[in-house]
Design a protein around this ligand. Structure first.
Ligand code: MG
Length: 229
């Protein structure tokens, strides 16, 4: 019944968490940040917590991309009493340069793309930055699986805004009822697809059997999608 498949990139296909952590670890060593922090884990936890909050603010439109990019690296430094915006800026620049070259994928991502690409036109629907997302696709050599790459900056709307999904439907010349969205973020991917009346596969490795999330399908692993599509 489905003819088109939309897929989120970060933490659905590309293992954002693992790739981000390994990039920051390299920068942490390079910049000798151990002089300020007890451990890399301390640094990374401070960063990760604030980063999630800042992405939420960016999604709501209350902060700019530039503010997000700087503040997430300034925050851990300020927490340990280091007020050094130029250092935060340097870390941010190096992080954005290094991160997209990382190639760790979510388990079964490659197998899923191999399976889906001959059957459906696939479209990435992502809130990530243009200059970063294309590099990731190239580094992992998965760009050729996709008919379209729809990023929020081009669509001028961020998930869960239905306009980014409607933009992707238009590009495919598809209707909502013949399309399904796969994503790991309930708020962005699942609620967003619902806003555009598109069916959803909620990918959540930590899914509990008694969860109350509403989605067309729910999976704990990407391999379960072989049985759905
Ligand atoms: Mg995601």
């Amino acid at each position: 019944m489905y003819k088109y498949v939309f897929i989120d990139l970060d933490d659905t296909l590309w293992d954002f968490h693992a790739n981000a952590k390994s990039s920051l670890h390299e920068i942490y060593e390079q910049k000798n940040l151990g002089q300020f922090f007890d451990s890399f884990e301390q640094y990374f936890n401070l960063y990760a917590k604030r980063n999630i909050e800042l992405w939420e603010e960016y999604g709501k439109g209350t902060i700019s991309k530039a503010e997000l990019s700087l503040e997430r690296f300034q925050h851990p430094l300020i927490q340990v009493g280091v007020d050094n915006a130029p250092l935060a800026k340097q870390i941010g620049d190096e992080y954005l340069a290094l991160l997209p070259s990382r190639t760790m994928l979510v388990p079964y991502a490659m197998e899923l793309l191999e399976y889906l690409a001959p059957k459906y036109p696939l479209t990435i629907v992502s809130n990530g930055f243009v200059e970063v997302q294309y590099k990731k696709l190239n580094s992992c050599n998965i760009g050729h699986y996709f008919a379209h790459v729809v990023l929020s900056e081009a669509a001028q709307a961020l998930k869960p805004d239905k306009r980014i999904f409607e933009y992707a439907l238009q590009l495919n010349n598809a209707t909502a009822s013949e399309t399904i969205m796969i994503g790991d973020s309930y708020e962005a991917d699942i609620v967003g697809a619902q806003n555009a009346r598109i069916d959803q596969i909620y990918f959540n490795p930590n899914l509990k059997s008694n969860d109350t999330f509403k989605a067309t399908f729910k999976v704990k692993g990407l391999a379960e999608i072989f049985d759905i599509l």
